[in-house]
Design a protein around this ligand. Sequence first.
Ligand SMILES: [Fe+2]
Length: 133
Amino acid sequence: MRELVWDKTLSVAVDEIDEDHRRLVELFNIFSRAVEENDPPEYREAVLDELIACTIWHFRHEERLMLKYDYPGFAGHKAEHDDLVESAAEFQKKYLQHEGKMDEADFDYLEQWLTGHILVVDMKLGEWLAGVM
Ligand SMILES: [Fe+2]
């Protein structure tokens, strides 16, 4: 089973953002386990839906913090969030079309979708926020 571990390498040094990221990692793992254990399709679809919905909510949370603290990188960061939401919708559509089949490449994609942004763009935001909050 594909499992992500939240550790210090994923920490952006802002507790409230780290808390969200931990929750997203947990949902990724719940989804991965549901696929591994071949849980009913409706359940797996619900978990994937929850992961994407929580991610969208979390993006709004980060955007609110950026606005509150007048983050200079707001536009670029928000544009990346918007792209990620779009690619999540495409992924979900494909998932439903393929009747919930997930291969290694699909997991690679989902893992990268979740952690790639945290490791680069959110790190920069965290560094900046930690200095002004
Ligand atoms: Fe972000």
